[in-house]
Design a protein around this ligand. Structure first.
Ligand code: NAP
Length: 465
């Protein structure tokens, strides 16, 4: 008789797809089970692990990146294997996984972004913050991007923490970034940047801003730039006042007010934080961005105790040679994996993946941003992944799992036979050491590789030594 699933001779075999925080936290929750034998194979399309911790967190936020040490420990747990440089839907199909594992967890995040849906959005000089962030973080997808920083004024749309990161990178003295792991091309461009004015545009008021109080304060305390707020825009609308019961909203509103009283200041750069303005057009000239036209809004009672936006019919045009929209991420579909086009994520019920009819697909799960959308901080993903894992364990116990017929242990050989070149965690550690060594020569924490090919060549060169 076949031993029970989870017996050491018949371990629960799980494939996790995506090596960002949510993928690692799912692996951790699975591997820390005491009375269940579990094996986790973590697949990642890039040769490098850590998702947005490597490719999203700003280079001047190195402390946040230290969370990678936690993931490194998870990678050292018995039963864990890493297969980097393996793209689902290309090197490996969803069916290949279903044939080898009892359960599959999608931790694929949100690789794309939302659009504003206004005229001129696709003009040269108008980009998503996703691209800009990927570029300064040496993400292979964005290494060929070019951002023209020779203009005097930039517009950032959105008031979330991504907008804060992007504004801080543009507004601070680039000397601060010299020793970080910023991409070399981005550091060079920022050193030559002529941007003096950065508009940060929020469609609602200071009580509704999505940024965290610490992030706006960091921006307001830069040595190189004044954070400037118009007094008439800092006032919280009557309809928004109930929001001030939330301590974060209260702090944000108070800080906007404080800044509105400080005037323009005397620092060389200005970050003009604007509230209640919605971009209605990216204005171009000769195919390039020249300005952003905004309509002023007001917040009025929505009849349910909250506030809603109302257009005023008053417009303003802000000069801009660079436009970055930071209005939220969204997922991209993967062949063979259900996708909710409207929500931009994997359709799921508390992490159990659903088919087009809304029925649970046995053995398939989602964690992180592809489960709940682009919200929360890195740590939010720990409890989120653990919650999905609890369901997975309950399902497995109830016999609700896939019935693999192929040997998961041999998945590396299977990939190599198909022409893939999987990168192990030991390979990643070798790359990590090489990047740190390259950084030393430049006085940086690390000099990242920015293409899979460069990384594979470096590994080959090391093997030949
Ligand atoms: P976000 O927090 O959802 O903020 C999106 C912003 O875009 C909001 O201000 C939103 O305004 C605005 N927006 C959306 N659609 C718009 C439109 N059509 N026109 C104008 N404005 C629009 O998203 P995010 O900044 O991408 O951040 C994603 C997640 O990552 C968040 O949980 C964030 O905290 C986290 N993160 C954290 C850090 C950090 O801790 N340092 C850094 C980066 C990201 P409304 O509120 O009016 O919708």
């Amino acid at each position: 008789m076949m031993p029970a699933l989870g017996d050491p001779s018949n371990p629960l075999r799980v494939a996790v797809v995506g090596a960002g925080p949510s993928g690692f936290y799912a692996a951790e929750a699975l591997l820390k089970q005491k009375d269940l034998a579990v094996r986790v194979d973590l697949f990642e399309r890039l040769p490098t692990p850590y998702g947005l911790v490597r490719g999203g967190v700003a280079p001047d936020h190195q402390k946040i990146k230290n969370v990678a040490l936690v993931y490194e420990k998870i990678a050292g747990l018995p039963g864990f294997r890493f297969f980097g440089n393996v793209k689902l839907g290309q090197d490996l199909s969803a069916q290949d996984l279903a044939a080898r594992y009892h359960q599959v967890v999608y931790a694929v995040g949100n690789e794309s972004d939302r659009k504003m849906g206004i005229p001129g959005e696709n003009l040269a000089g108008s980009h998503s913050a996703t691209e800009f962030v990927g570029w300064y973080n040496a993400h292979p997808d964005f290494r060929d991007r070019h951002f023209d920083l020779s203009c005097e004024s930039a517009v950032i749309v959105g008031l979330g923490n991504v907008a804060m990161d992007v504004a801080r990178i543009l507004a601070q003295d680039p000397q601060n970034l010299r020793s970080t792991d910023i991409a070399g091309c981005a550091l060079d461009a920022l050193m030559k940047s002529r941007i003096k004015t950065i508009y940060l545009l929020g469609r609602r008021g200071p009580a509704e801003a999505a940024y965290s109080p610490q992030e706006i304060r960091d921006l307001g305390e830069l040595a190189s730039a004044d954070l400037v707020v118009k007094p008439e825009e800092a006032a919280v609308a009557e309809a928004s006042r109930p929001l001030l019961a939330d301590p974060e909203a209260r702090k944000n509103a108070d800080y906007a007010l404080e800044k509105s009283r400080a005037g323009d200041g005397a620092k060389p750069k200005k970050i003009r934080l604007r509230f209640c303005v919605s971009p209605v057009e990216v204005v171009g000239e000769g195919g390039r961005v020249k300005a952003v036209k905004v309509e002023k809004n007001r917040l009025v009672p929505d009849g349910r105790g909250g506030a809603k936006l109302e257009n005023t019919g008053q417009f303003e045009t802000l000069p801009a040679g660079l436009v970055l929209r930071a209005i939220g991420y969204r997922g991209v579909p993967i062949p063979g994996v259900p996708f909710d086009e409207k929500a931009g994520k994997t359709p799921n019920a508390e992490g159990r993946v659903l088919d087009a009819q809304g029925k649970t697909i046995v053995g398939h799960y989602a964690v992180g941003w592809t489960k709940r959308g682009p919200s929360g901080l890195i740590g939010t993903n720990r409890a989120d992944s653990a919650a999905t894992v609890n369901l997975m364990l309950a399902d497995a116990k109830a016999g609700q799992a896939l019935k693999p017929e192929q040997d998961a242990e041999a998945v590396g050989d299977f990939l190599r036979q198909k022409g893939a070149r999987p990168v192990s965690f030991a390979d990643w550690k070798a790359l990590d050491a090489i990047e740190k060594e390259r950084g030393k020569a430049l006085g940086k924490i690390r000099e990242k590789f920015s293409s899979a090919q460069e990384m594979l060549s470096a590994l080959e060169a090391k093997a030949c030594r």
